[in-house]
Design a protein. Structure first.
Length: 287
């Protein structure tokens, strides 16, 4: 099953059509996509009988899609979760997941324009997991049952702010407005042939910058759920940005960063793509 936010409303996505959940359910489910995770089990049971062409309430319009989740109680980010990315960052592969947060005000849709606040904004394509059940001290072997779905994400990073000392400011550097594009919809794990091995790529104007596979994550989705929930109880709708493969701009010689007037495309096999136009923000040099 795929669900999304179409013109602000919760929809089931089926081929080239959508099913408006609030309309077809007679109001049993809210039109607000963020409220569905609190009743996720009931919703998935109901939705199984309504994702077919005969139930479509309208066409799928890509430009009308917003971020599937906009009001999570928590947004977790994972650093250095691919060995080659750790190497290009000049550090050893971690023995425990480096966890930070992205503030939810940075979340944006799959086609949102992103303002660059400086000439030091970097790209990081990531698999994003959405929690579907209250999760506290979840064993790794049961962790997939706590995941409502997966989607494409970008963990955009302003490197000056992120790395300003004496203590790095990861959360601030990764939370400018628009720095968390996600979507284009949420896909339940059962839709994927291998939920633990997905190809993810990132390109700018057709030039491929990142090309990796989620099987190469140091800490898998189930292990991340287990490790985070051992410390922080997670609520339905919470997000985990699971880390990025190698190929980021900061790790290149010389370093490269995003420029206005280009389009950042982030793709994950089986999950879809984000297409975010980049524009100069008020702080961009020369504006």
């Amino acid at each position: 099953m795929r669900i999304g936010r179409a013109h602000g409303r919760l929809v089931i996505i089926d081929g080239d059509g959508v099913v408006d959940a609030a309309t077809v359910s007679g109001g049993e489910f809210s039109a607000d996509p963020d409220r569905v995770f609190a009743v996720w089990d009931r919703f998935t049971e109901w939705a199984g009988g309504h994702a077919d062409p005969g139930a479509h309430t309208g066409p799928l319009v890509a430009d009308g899609l917003g971020a599937p989740v906009l009001a999570p109680s928590q947004v977790f980010g994972i650093g250095l979760n691919y060995r080659e990315h750790a190497a290009e960052s000049g550090v050893d592969a971690p023995e425990v997941p480096p966890v930070f947060t992205k503030f939810r005000s940075c979340l944006a849709g799959p086609h949102a324009a992103v303002e660059l606040p400086s000439d030091r904004v970097d790209w990081e394509v990531e698999l994003v997991a959405v929690i579907g059940r209250f999760s506290e001290r979840v064993p790794e072997e049961k962790a997939w049952s706590c995941v409502a779905g997966l989607m494409v994400g970008q963990d955009l990073s302003e490197r000056r702010v992120q790395l300003a000392g004496p203590v790095p400011q990861f959360s601030l550097g990764k939370s400018f407005p628009g720095f968390g594009p996600t979507g284009p919809w949420l896909t339940t794990p059962d839709e994927l042939p291998d939920r633990d091995d997905l190809r993810l790529t990132c390109s700018v104007d057709g030039r491929v910058l990142q090309d990796g596979r989620t099987r190469d994550m140091i800490f898998s989705v189930p292990e991340l759920v287990a490790r985070i929930s051992a410390v922080c109880p997670m609520a339905p709708g919470d997000l985990i940005f699971t880390g990025t493969p190698s190929g980021v701009g900061m790790g290149r010689q010389p370093p490269e960063f995003l420029r206005p007037g280009t389009t950042l495309v982030s793709t994950i096999e089986g999950l879809g793509e984000l297409r975010n136009a980049l524009v100069a923000g008020p702080g961009f040099p020369g504006r």
